[in-house]
Design a protein around this ligand. Structure first.
Ligand code: UDP
Ligand code: MG
Length: 318
Protein backbone atom coordinates (compact mmCIF):
# COMPACT_ATOMS: atom_id res chain seq x y z
CA UNK A 1 0.00 0.00 0.00
CA UNK A 2 1.41 3.43 -0.88
CA UNK A 3 1.40 6.01 1.86
CA UNK A 4 -0.45 9.29 1.15
CA UNK A 5 2.13 12.07 0.76
CA UNK A 6 1.76 14.96 3.17
CA UNK A 7 1.33 18.54 2.05
CA UNK A 8 4.13 20.69 3.45
CA UNK A 9 4.00 24.47 3.74
CA UNK A 10 7.22 26.36 4.41
CA UNK A 11 6.31 29.68 6.01
CA UNK A 12 8.83 32.49 5.58
CA UNK A 13 8.20 35.87 7.24
CA UNK A 14 9.68 38.74 5.22
CA UNK A 15 10.16 42.31 6.35
CA UNK A 16 12.15 44.53 3.98
CA UNK A 17 14.03 41.55 2.56
CA UNK A 18 14.47 42.70 -1.09
CA UNK A 19 18.24 42.16 -0.90
CA UNK A 20 18.15 38.55 0.21
CA UNK A 21 14.95 37.31 -1.48
CA UNK A 22 16.40 36.50 -4.95
CA UNK A 23 18.83 34.10 -3.26
CA UNK A 24 16.14 32.73 -0.94
CA UNK A 25 13.84 31.92 -3.90
CA UNK A 26 16.62 29.86 -5.48
CA UNK A 27 17.64 27.92 -2.37
CA UNK A 28 14.22 27.18 -0.89
CA UNK A 29 12.66 26.56 -4.33
CA UNK A 30 15.36 23.98 -5.17
CA UNK A 31 14.92 22.29 -1.79
CA UNK A 32 11.14 21.94 -2.06
CA UNK A 33 11.38 20.67 -5.65
CA UNK A 34 13.90 18.07 -4.49
CA UNK A 35 11.59 16.91 -1.69
CA UNK A 36 8.62 16.67 -4.07
CA UNK A 37 10.69 14.77 -6.65
CA UNK A 38 11.93 12.32 -4.01
CA UNK A 39 8.26 11.79 -3.01
CA UNK A 40 8.95 12.93 0.55
CA UNK A 41 6.12 15.47 0.42
CA UNK A 42 3.04 15.95 -1.79
CA UNK A 43 3.29 17.92 -5.08
CA UNK A 44 0.77 20.39 -3.61
CA UNK A 45 3.42 21.52 -1.11
CA UNK A 46 4.27 25.22 -1.11
CA UNK A 47 6.64 27.85 0.14
CA UNK A 48 4.58 30.74 1.49
CA UNK A 49 6.26 34.14 1.83
CA UNK A 50 4.55 36.41 4.35
CA UNK A 51 5.08 40.06 3.55
CA UNK A 52 4.96 41.73 6.95
CA UNK A 53 4.21 45.29 5.81
CA UNK A 54 7.54 45.78 4.02
CA UNK A 55 8.38 49.25 2.77
CA UNK A 56 10.75 48.12 0.02
CA UNK A 57 10.16 45.92 -3.05
CA UNK A 58 9.67 42.70 -1.06
CA UNK A 59 6.01 42.19 -2.09
CA UNK A 60 6.72 42.98 -5.77
CA UNK A 61 9.50 40.38 -5.77
CA UNK A 62 7.21 37.80 -4.13
CA UNK A 63 4.45 38.51 -6.67
CA UNK A 64 6.86 37.99 -9.57
CA UNK A 65 8.22 34.75 -8.05
CA UNK A 66 4.69 33.38 -7.51
CA UNK A 67 3.83 34.00 -11.17
CA UNK A 68 6.99 32.14 -12.25
CA UNK A 69 6.89 29.15 -9.89
CA UNK A 70 3.75 27.28 -8.89
CA UNK A 71 5.36 26.02 -5.67
CA UNK A 72 5.52 29.63 -4.39
CA UNK A 73 2.68 31.51 -2.75
CA UNK A 74 2.37 34.73 -0.81
CA UNK A 75 0.35 36.48 1.85
CA UNK A 76 0.63 40.20 2.30
CA UNK A 77 -0.37 41.60 5.69
CA UNK A 78 -2.10 44.97 5.90
CA UNK A 79 0.81 46.47 7.89
CA UNK A 80 3.86 45.43 9.94
CA UNK A 81 2.68 43.03 12.66
CA UNK A 82 6.10 41.68 13.71
CA UNK A 83 7.89 38.40 13.12
CA UNK A 84 5.78 36.25 15.49
CA UNK A 85 2.45 37.32 14.06
CA UNK A 86 3.73 36.97 10.48
CA UNK A 87 4.59 33.36 11.29
CA UNK A 88 1.17 32.55 12.72
CA UNK A 89 -0.50 34.26 9.75
CA UNK A 90 1.17 31.66 7.53
CA UNK A 91 0.30 28.75 9.80
CA UNK A 92 -3.30 29.71 10.53
CA UNK A 93 -4.28 30.93 7.07
CA UNK A 94 -3.06 27.98 4.99
CA UNK A 95 -4.33 24.43 5.09
CA UNK A 96 -1.55 21.82 5.16
CA UNK A 97 -0.52 18.58 6.86
CA UNK A 98 2.90 19.85 7.89
CA UNK A 99 4.26 23.34 8.54
CA UNK A 100 7.83 24.60 8.69
CA UNK A 101 8.59 28.12 9.88
CA UNK A 102 11.97 29.55 8.91
CA UNK A 103 13.44 33.05 8.50
CA UNK A 104 13.68 34.41 4.98
CA UNK A 105 17.37 35.27 5.29
CA UNK A 106 18.59 31.65 5.12
CA UNK A 107 20.61 31.97 8.32
CA UNK A 108 19.00 28.74 9.47
CA UNK A 109 20.06 25.74 7.41
CA UNK A 110 16.95 24.71 5.45
CA UNK A 111 18.56 21.45 4.31
CA UNK A 112 17.71 19.91 7.72
CA UNK A 113 14.03 20.03 6.74
CA UNK A 114 14.62 16.56 5.31
CA UNK A 115 15.76 15.30 8.73
CA UNK A 116 12.71 16.97 10.28
CA UNK A 117 10.48 14.96 7.93
CA UNK A 118 12.16 11.76 9.14
CA UNK A 119 11.40 12.68 12.75
CA UNK A 120 7.75 13.32 11.85
CA UNK A 121 7.65 9.86 10.26
CA UNK A 122 8.86 8.48 13.58
CA UNK A 123 5.77 9.97 15.22
CA UNK A 124 6.88 13.43 16.38
CA UNK A 125 4.38 16.29 16.24
CA UNK A 126 6.97 19.06 16.66
CA UNK A 127 10.61 19.10 15.51
CA UNK A 128 12.76 21.95 16.83
CA UNK A 129 15.71 23.25 14.83
CA UNK A 130 18.52 23.88 17.30
CA UNK A 131 21.55 26.03 16.55
CA UNK A 132 24.65 23.98 17.09
CA UNK A 133 27.15 26.76 16.58
CA UNK A 134 26.77 30.51 16.39
CA UNK A 135 30.24 31.25 15.06
CA UNK A 136 28.90 33.60 12.42
CA UNK A 137 26.93 35.71 14.91
CA UNK A 138 28.58 38.76 16.41
CA UNK A 139 30.11 38.28 19.85
CA UNK A 140 27.39 40.40 21.39
CA UNK A 141 24.50 38.60 19.64
CA UNK A 142 25.88 35.19 20.55
CA UNK A 143 26.40 35.84 24.25
CA UNK A 144 23.30 37.99 24.76
CA UNK A 145 21.21 35.20 23.20
CA UNK A 146 22.84 32.52 25.38
CA UNK A 147 22.36 34.67 28.49
CA UNK A 148 18.72 35.09 27.54
CA UNK A 149 18.12 31.32 27.32
CA UNK A 150 19.80 30.87 30.72
CA UNK A 151 17.73 33.67 32.26
CA UNK A 152 14.51 32.18 30.90
CA UNK A 153 15.39 28.84 32.51
CA UNK A 154 16.18 30.61 35.79
CA UNK A 155 12.79 32.33 35.69
CA UNK A 156 11.10 28.97 35.29
CA UNK A 157 10.15 29.25 31.60
CA UNK A 158 10.29 26.03 29.63
CA UNK A 159 12.16 26.91 26.44
CA UNK A 160 14.27 24.79 24.07
CA UNK A 161 17.87 25.94 24.47
CA UNK A 162 19.26 27.66 21.36
CA UNK A 163 16.07 27.18 19.37
CA UNK A 164 14.59 30.21 17.64
CA UNK A 165 11.59 29.90 15.35
CA UNK A 166 12.84 27.30 12.90
CA UNK A 167 10.61 24.26 13.47
CA UNK A 168 8.35 21.73 11.84
CA UNK A 169 4.85 21.12 13.18
CA UNK A 170 2.03 18.79 12.24
CA UNK A 171 -1.48 20.05 11.58
CA UNK A 172 -2.46 18.69 15.00
CA UNK A 173 0.25 20.72 16.79
CA UNK A 174 -0.72 23.88 14.89
CA UNK A 175 -4.42 23.36 15.70
CA UNK A 176 -3.54 23.01 19.36
CA UNK A 177 -1.46 26.19 19.20
CA UNK A 178 -4.47 27.92 17.61
CA UNK A 179 -6.52 27.12 20.70
CA UNK A 180 -4.23 29.37 22.78
CA UNK A 181 -6.16 32.65 22.82
CA UNK A 182 -3.23 34.90 23.79
CA UNK A 183 -2.34 38.01 21.79
CA UNK A 184 1.19 38.46 23.20
CA UNK A 185 2.95 35.83 21.15
CA UNK A 186 6.26 34.29 22.10
CA UNK A 187 6.15 31.11 20.08
CA UNK A 188 9.36 29.49 21.28
CA UNK A 189 7.93 29.30 24.79
CA UNK A 190 4.38 28.49 23.62
CA UNK A 191 5.35 25.41 21.61
CA UNK A 192 6.65 23.46 24.64
CA UNK A 193 3.25 24.19 26.27
CA UNK A 194 1.57 22.51 23.30
CA UNK A 195 3.37 19.31 24.33
CA UNK A 196 3.07 16.06 22.27
CA UNK A 197 6.03 14.00 21.14
CA UNK A 198 8.89 16.17 19.93
CA UNK A 199 12.52 15.94 18.87
CA UNK A 200 15.36 18.24 17.84
CA UNK A 201 17.61 18.50 14.80
CA UNK A 202 20.90 20.38 14.93
CA UNK A 203 22.46 22.76 12.42
CA UNK A 204 25.06 25.52 12.16
CA UNK A 205 23.70 29.03 12.00
CA UNK A 206 25.09 30.88 9.02
CA UNK A 207 25.79 34.55 8.42
CA UNK A 208 23.11 36.63 6.73
CA UNK A 209 23.97 36.45 2.99
CA UNK A 210 22.45 39.88 2.23
CA UNK A 211 20.49 42.68 3.87
CA UNK A 212 20.57 43.68 7.51
CA UNK A 213 19.08 42.29 10.70
CA UNK A 214 15.53 43.49 11.38
CA UNK A 215 16.20 43.00 15.08
CA UNK A 216 18.38 45.90 16.26
CA UNK A 217 19.36 45.94 19.94
CA UNK A 218 16.30 47.77 21.30
CA UNK A 219 13.86 45.55 19.36
CA UNK A 220 15.71 42.44 20.51
CA UNK A 221 15.57 43.56 24.14
CA UNK A 222 11.86 44.35 23.75
CA UNK A 223 11.29 40.87 22.34
CA UNK A 224 13.24 39.28 25.21
CA UNK A 225 11.23 41.23 27.80
CA UNK A 226 7.99 40.29 26.04
CA UNK A 227 9.03 36.64 26.39
CA UNK A 228 9.85 36.99 30.07
CA UNK A 229 6.72 38.94 31.00
CA UNK A 230 4.44 36.63 29.00
CA UNK A 231 5.71 33.47 30.61
CA UNK A 232 7.10 34.27 34.03
CA UNK A 233 5.71 35.97 37.12
CA UNK A 234 9.09 35.83 38.86
CA UNK A 235 9.75 39.59 38.28
CA UNK A 236 6.50 40.38 40.13
CA UNK A 237 7.52 38.06 42.94
CA UNK A 238 10.91 39.81 43.11
CA UNK A 239 9.06 43.08 43.64
CA UNK A 240 7.29 41.54 46.63
CA UNK A 241 10.56 40.22 48.06
CA UNK A 242 12.16 43.60 47.49
CA UNK A 243 9.29 45.17 49.44
CA UNK A 244 9.87 42.81 52.39
CA UNK A 245 13.61 43.44 52.27
CA UNK A 246 13.16 47.21 52.28
CA UNK A 247 10.71 46.97 55.21
CA UNK A 248 13.32 44.98 57.09
CA UNK A 249 15.98 47.57 56.28
CA UNK A 250 13.75 50.41 57.45
CA UNK A 251 13.10 48.66 60.77
CA UNK A 252 16.89 48.31 61.22
CA UNK A 253 17.29 51.96 60.30
CA UNK A 254 14.61 52.98 62.81
CA UNK A 255 16.40 51.02 65.56
CA UNK A 256 19.62 52.80 64.66
CA UNK A 257 17.93 56.23 64.77
CA UNK A 258 16.42 55.47 68.18
CA UNK A 259 19.82 54.32 69.42
CA UNK A 260 21.56 57.49 68.12
CA UNK A 261 18.85 59.67 69.57
CA UNK A 262 19.14 58.03 73.02
CA UNK A 263 22.97 58.22 73.03
CA UNK A 264 23.60 61.64 71.56
CA UNK A 265 20.13 63.15 71.38
CA UNK A 266 20.51 64.31 67.77
CA UNK A 267 20.97 62.97 64.22
CA UNK A 268 23.37 64.73 61.88
CA UNK A 269 23.78 64.50 58.13
CA UNK A 270 21.14 65.03 55.48
CA UNK A 271 23.28 63.29 52.79
CA UNK A 272 22.54 59.83 54.14
CA UNK A 273 18.83 60.65 54.29
CA UNK A 274 18.76 61.94 50.73
CA UNK A 275 20.58 58.83 49.53
CA UNK A 276 18.12 56.56 51.26
CA UNK A 277 15.10 58.49 49.96
CA UNK A 278 16.37 58.41 46.37
CA UNK A 279 17.24 54.71 46.49
CA UNK A 280 13.85 53.80 47.90
CA UNK A 281 11.90 55.97 45.49
CA UNK A 282 13.90 54.39 42.64
CA UNK A 283 12.97 50.92 43.84
CA UNK A 284 9.34 51.95 44.21
CA UNK A 285 9.16 53.40 40.71
CA UNK A 286 10.85 50.33 39.26
CA UNK A 287 8.40 48.07 41.08
CA UNK A 288 5.46 50.10 39.81
CA UNK A 289 6.94 49.89 36.32
CA UNK A 290 7.14 46.09 36.45
CA UNK A 291 3.56 45.84 37.69
CA UNK A 292 2.53 48.28 34.96
CA UNK A 293 4.18 46.09 32.31
CA UNK A 294 2.10 43.12 33.39
CA UNK A 295 -1.01 45.26 33.50
CA UNK A 296 -0.26 46.39 29.94
CA UNK A 297 -0.14 42.73 28.87
CA UNK A 298 -3.57 42.15 30.38
CA UNK A 299 -4.80 45.30 28.62
CA UNK A 300 -3.62 43.98 25.23
CA UNK A 301 -5.20 40.57 25.87
CA UNK A 302 -8.53 42.04 26.96
CA UNK A 303 -8.86 44.13 23.81
CA UNK A 304 -8.69 40.89 21.82
CA UNK A 305 -7.67 42.59 18.60
CA UNK A 306 -6.96 40.36 15.57
CA UNK A 307 -3.48 38.83 15.57
CA UNK A 308 -2.93 39.85 11.96
CA UNK A 309 -4.91 41.23 9.01
CA UNK A 310 -4.46 39.76 5.54
CA UNK A 311 -4.44 42.25 2.70
CA UNK A 312 -3.76 39.91 -0.23
CA UNK A 313 -3.19 36.21 -0.88
CA UNK A 314 -1.60 34.87 -4.04
CA UNK A 315 -0.68 31.45 -5.45
CA UNK A 316 -3.33 29.35 -3.71
CA UNK A 317 -5.37 28.20 -6.72
CA UNK A 318 -4.54 24.46 -6.44
N1 UDP B 1 10.71 39.85 10.28
C1 UDP B 1 9.34 40.08 10.11
N2 UDP B 1 8.78 41.17 10.71
C2 UDP B 1 9.49 42.04 11.49
C3 UDP B 1 10.88 41.77 11.69
C4 UDP B 1 11.45 40.67 11.08
O1 UDP B 1 8.66 39.31 9.42
O2 UDP B 1 8.90 43.01 11.99
C5 UDP B 1 11.33 38.66 9.64
C6 UDP B 1 12.58 38.94 8.83
O3 UDP B 1 12.27 39.33 7.51
C7 UDP B 1 13.31 37.61 8.89
C8 UDP B 1 12.94 37.09 10.27
O4 UDP B 1 11.78 37.81 10.67
O5 UDP B 1 12.84 36.70 7.91
C9 UDP B 1 14.05 37.25 11.28
O6 UDP B 1 14.57 38.54 11.25
P1 UDP B 1 16.13 38.85 11.22
O7 UDP B 1 16.83 37.88 10.33
O8 UDP B 1 16.32 40.29 10.87
O9 UDP B 1 16.52 38.60 12.74
P2 UDP B 1 17.91 38.01 13.29
O10 UDP B 1 18.17 36.73 12.56
O11 UDP B 1 18.94 39.05 13.02
O12 UDP B 1 17.64 37.80 14.75
MG1 MG C 1 18.28 36.53 10.54
Amino acid sequence: MTEKLQKLVIVMPCYNEEEVLPQTFKVIGALLKKLIKAKKVSPQSKVCFINDGSKDKTWELIQKAVVKEKIFSGISLSRNFGHQKAIVAGMYDIDADLYVTIDADLQDDCSVIEQMLEKIKEGCEIVYGVRDSRDTDTWFKKYSALAFYKLMKLLGVNIVYNHADFRMMTRRAVNTLKSFPERNLFLRAMMPLVGYKYDKVYYDRKARPAGETKYPLMKMMGFAWSGISSFSIVPLRLVTFMGFFICFLSVCFLCYIIYRWSVRGTIVGWASLVTIITIFSGVQLMSLGIIGEYLAKVFVEVKNRPLYIVDEKIGFDN
